[in-house]
Design a protein around this ligand. Structure first.
Ligand code: ADP
Ligand code: MG
Length: 702
């Protein structure tokens, strides 16, 4: 139960001044809200912080106001010049002056009576807005503010600028924010007094107020006292939730599982390669976890193509040797099928019973699998996450491997890992994540990293080529495919619209197919799974030589003899995505190329990205550069501006706070594991405020 003191913060936005049910729906687009489609709450609005300020404090006088500047002018109204009747294209002009000169205040589609009331001739008014000089004559089109001398005192000279959405007026937003701020209760302090001794931070309520009322550019700095405070609160909430989950899992201890190596031995014998050093190291770490009576909670980080699947299978084998079952989960059906293709022959060779569940099986097949899982005859399940969540019952599930590709938030993952009783968990991620982000997303999970590439891999030659040389590139593909090569051709994201993405891909597909005289395939996100699988199969078998794709190929597709990756409009992709895509080639002992086609001219960040791509193939290096260039958002492949999952904290600037929050969280859980002390009680409020209340539910009652 949420403590009642927080109620004013959790009331629906439609209870705020000026917001009705319709605007509440609009606001959900901007603010999010409780899943699946609940109305945003006051707190969601309060965490919607300004991103800039408009400074109206400049009052240079008319003649000295520079073009384009936002200024505030004290003027005397001289005369109204109405447009000729019936001609709405000519604006309504109001002429005014000060000591330095004359200005035309200009209005299109004017409401005449209103203007006469707002700007009476002979009176003094303050007007504020953007200066425009037309043919050497100063004007201001639709001033933002027009107030009398008496009202000038109330004119905000520094105005916050919020991210907006269509259908929401600025004034409405400001009013609702003001109402929400009025409702912020005084809350007990949850921060460590020692920390507050080191940092001159305001309390939570004051910090929120300051964040919404910036008074100067410095107040927008993420390291300003109030924004640091809010960022720290957010980071602490997240770290504390993770630490509590972890402690909870430790309490419900796992089972020690000792594999005898028999199945694993058979698998290793049928592998056409030997394991890399880092695969062996990771397995040794996993084995040690499995043997402990605690639950394993380990993250396996490895660049694309580093060979995580085999590690997962060998971990599963050890679990199965010890008499339990294992499940390997992937985010998409395509990936499930691919894992199954890799795994099935190896599992067969070892005599392990494997099944696949994606939700598309026929009823009879599904019942067979469900029965096999329940009676234990199926020892290894490869399936989609969704299925696992919808409660397929296992006889004795010992290990879950989650191949997650960032589709999972921390919360979902925690829900998943809280599922089985003594189930060990191995999370695999294909994106090499910088250390600061590992902390955020995985808390104190143990980490294994695959840092070596499997033997025999050749470096990928990466080149950036302007789109104006498209014909040349097509010619090169023609020659290469004629000589037996296979190529991916990735079409870009168009404004988040899948329909447009698909249209672009279809167009490219048609053009390439014509240019190459056939042999081109197409996969995209709007095809059904069967169609996609069929296209993939044709590409694997070589029936098609070029596969045009939207970014569906990004997520771990493995066609090891593909050696060319063309990425069209590479400037529109983030570094992590480019790196992932490039990782689709360079998987054999043949040389591979990656051609980054870009539209000139490139912006600074895009230039940097393409340069980094040409200079490095090391995913960990690229991830660090990515963090530097754009902050956490892009690394996790999302398009949010801040660090995903966070509203205030930005890890590229708040990394030091992150470390402090983690240490703080550990101390709290060591000293007050049930949050029962007065500070603990206050920390519970913090968890609610930042939506980490899953963790509160795990605390022992009382
Ligand atoms: P990812 O880490 O991207 O999931 P995969 O597990 O799909 O990588 O492995 C990529 C390819 O490398 C697969 O074809 C796999 O069989 C192969 N592979 C894995 N480990 C090795 C190794 N030690 N030596 C050679 N090839 C390997
Ligand atoms: Mg993989």
């Amino acid at each position: 139960m949420r403590p009642p003191i927080l109620n004013p913060l959790f009331r629906p936005v439609s209870s705020l001044a000026g917001i009705g049910p319709k605007l509440a729906v609009t606001l959900r687009k901007l603010l999010g809200g409780p899943e699946p489609d609940g109305e945003p709450r006051a707190i969601d609005l309060l965490f919607h912080l300004p991103v800039a300020i408009i400074d109206r404090s400049r009052q240079p006088g008319i003649a000295l106001s520079p073009e384009g500047a936002i200024v505030t002018l004290k003027v005397r109204i001289d005369r109204h010049q109405k447009p000729p009747r019936g001609n709405r294209r000519i604006p309504y002009r109001v002429f005014a002056h000060d000591d330095t000169g004359e200005i035309a205040l200009t209005f299109f589609h004017a409401n005449e009576p209103w203007l006469e009331r707002m700007l009476p001739v002979g009176e003094t008014r303050y007007v504020s807005g953007r200066m425009e000089w037309f043919n050497g004559r100063p004007s201001m089109v639709h001033p933002d503010h027009m107030v009398s001398e008496a009202d000038f005192r109330d004119l905000p000279l520094i105005e916050p600028v919020y991210p907006m959405t269509a259908g929401l007026a600025r004034k409405t937003l400001l009013k609702a924010v003001a109402d929400a701020l009025d409702g912020v209760p005084d809350l007990p302090e949850w921060l460590d007094p020692a920390l507050l001794g080191e940092h001159p931070w305001p309390d939570f309520a004051a910090a929120l107020r300051a964040a919404h009322h910036p008074e100067a550019a410095a107040d927008m700095e993420p390291l300003s006292p109030h924004l640091s405070r809010l960022a720290y609160d957010e980071l602490l909430a997240s770290q504390l939730a993770l630490a509590l989950m972890r402690a909870h899992q430790r309490r419900r201890s796992g089972k020690a599982r000792h594999g005898d190596g028999s199945l694993r031995h058979k698998i290793l014998e049928s592998l056409p390669f030997s394991l890399t050093g880092s695969q062996k190291d990771a397995l040794a770490e996993i084995d040690a976890d499995l043997r402990k009576p605690e639950r394993m909670l380990r993250l396996l980080q490895g660049d694309v193509g580093s060979g995580k699947t085999v590690v997962a299978l060998l971990a599963a084998a050890a679990t199965i040797e010890a008499g339990a079952q294992a499940a390997i989960m992937a985010p998409t059906e395509l990936l499930v099928r691919q894992h199954a293709r890799t795994i099935a022959p190896l599992a067969d060779a070892a005599g392990i019973g494997v099944a696949v569940l994606t939700g598309r099986e026929r009823v009879a097949e599904r019942s067979r699998v469900v029965a096999g899982l329940a009676d234990g005859s199926i020892q290894l399940l490869v399936g989609t996450h969704a299925l696992f969540q919808s409660g397929v019952e296992f006889d004795d599930l010992g290990l879950v491997v989650v191949d997650e590709q960032h589709r999972f938030g921390v919360h979902q993952r925690l829900a998943l890992t809280a599922k089985g009783d003594a189930t060990d968990v191995l999370v695999m991620t294909a994106t090499p994540i910088p250390r600061t982000l590992v902390l955020t997303y995985y808390g104190d999970m143990d980490v294994s990293r695959l840092t070596e590439k499997p033997a025999g891999r050749r470096p990928i030659e990466t080149r950036a080529i302007p789109l104006s040389r498209l014909d040349e590139v097509v010619g090169r593909i023609r020659a290469a495919t004629a000589a037996g090569a296979k190529a991916y051709w990735v079409c870009p994201l168009v404004e988040e619209s899948e329909v447009l993405d698909v249209a672009a891909a279809e167009e490219r597909y048609a053009a390439l197919d014509a240019a190459l005289g056939g042999g081109v395939g197409l996969v995209h996100g709007r095809m059904n799974a069967a169609g996609r699988d069929a296209e993939m199969a044709k590409f694997v078998s070589g029936e098609t030589k070029v596969l045009v794709a939207t970014t569906v190929v990004e997520v771990g597709v493995d066609v090891s003899d593909a050696t060319i990756m063309v990425i069209e409009h590479a400037e529109r992709f983030g570094l992590a995505q480019l790196h992932q895509l490039r990782g689709r080639v360079g998987r054999s002992d043949r040389p591979s190329v990656c051609l980054l086609l870009y539209r000139a001219p490139l912006g600074d960040i895009a230039t940097d990205r393409l340069r980094i791509m040409r200079e490095s193939e090391d995913g960990f290096v690229i991830a660090e550069e990515d963090l530097r260039l754009r902050g956490g958002g892009e690394i996790l492949g999302t398009r949010q501006s801040g660090t995903p999952g966070f509203r205030v904290a930005r890890l590229e600037v708040h990394a030091a706070l992150m470390e402090a929050a983690r240490d703080d969280a550990r101390r709290i859980v060591d000293n007050d594991p049930d949050l029962a002390t007065p500070r603990g009680e206050a920390l519970r409020l913090l968890l609610y405020l930042f939506g980490r209340d899953d963790a509160v539910r795990l605390l022992r009652a009382g």
